[in-house]
Design a protein around this ligand. Structure first.
Ligand code: PGA
Length: 245
């Protein structure tokens, strides 16, 4: 049985104050929920503060990125042990915005995943095609490459700490969601790419304009195990509705 995950990716949003206010508002609204992993991924500078606020709650903490070395002369970077030390249990790796604006490749994604796993962080590995790739019917090829190269060298036992997020780039922040059938087609394809012995256990999230109006239908698909949510996770009210789909 795969436990659903509703993950809020705040991207570069919220000051420390705003982050704390959000959690104070969300916490009592979702306190009874145990059948869904609730995850918040704030900017690095708010991780400690959010961690203080979620102690003793059912909300988990994730980061949006990490570097693959543990420490050293890597100005501006943050390592897996640092994320662990402020209470993170998850980290997003290879978000399309990281790939697009910060030059991340399947190779760097692979190194980051391995660093996360080495420090017992769950890695949420993002994959997804551009609109141009979809229109040129390259979606399956693109996704297969991202999944295979991103997860290269992993052992079967590593997959208990792997979550995959399918986020078609044309659906991110655009209001344009993949139809449940479009998403399910890719989710089922991704599951087939995973090692047979673990495929049924790995959670595959959908991301790209998930909102209260479409969450139920998306979550009704057999291979969609949750959402990686940007815009609709910035307000406690709409994030609560997603969690309670
Ligand atoms: P969105 O972002 O929900 O605002 O489309 C999703 C994401 O990029 O993770």
């Amino acid at each position: 049985m795969r436990q659903p995950i509703m993950a809020g990716n705040w991207k570069m949003n919220k000051t420390e104050h705003e982050a704390a206010d959000f959690v104070k508002e969300l916490k009592p609204r979702v306190s009874g929920i145990s059948n869904c992993t609730i995850l918040i991924c704030p900017p690095f500078c708010n991780l400690s503060k959010v961690h203080d606020e979620i102690v003793d709650s059912n909300i988990q903490l994730g980061a949006q990125n990490l570097f693959w070395e543990d420490k050293g002369a890597f100005t501006g970077e943050i390592s897996a042990p640092m994320l662990k030390s402020v209470g993170c249990t998850y980290v997003i790796v290879g978000h399309s915005e990281r790939r697009q604006y910060f030059g991340e490749t399947d190779e760097t994604v692979n190194k980051k995943i391995k660093a996360a796993l080495a420090h017992h962080l769950n890695a949420i590995v993002c994959v997804g095609e551009t609109l141009e790739q979809r229109e040129k019917e390259q979606t399956f090829k693109v996704i297969e490459k991202q999944v295979k190269e991103g997860l290269k060298g992993l052992e079967s036992s590593d997959f208990k700490n792997i979550v995959i997020a399918y986020e078609p780039i044309w659906a991110i922040g655009t209001g344009k969601t993949a139809t449940p059938a479009q998403a399910e087609e890719i989710h089922a394809f991704i599951r087939k790419l995973l090692p047979k012995e673990v495929a049924a256990e790995v959670r595959i999230l959908y991301g790209g304009s998930v909102k209260p109006e479409n969450v139920k239908e998306l979550m009704g698909q057999p291979d969609i195990d949750g959402g990686l949510v940007g815009g609709a996770a910035l307000k406690a009210d709409s994030f609560e509705q997603l969690i309670k789909y």
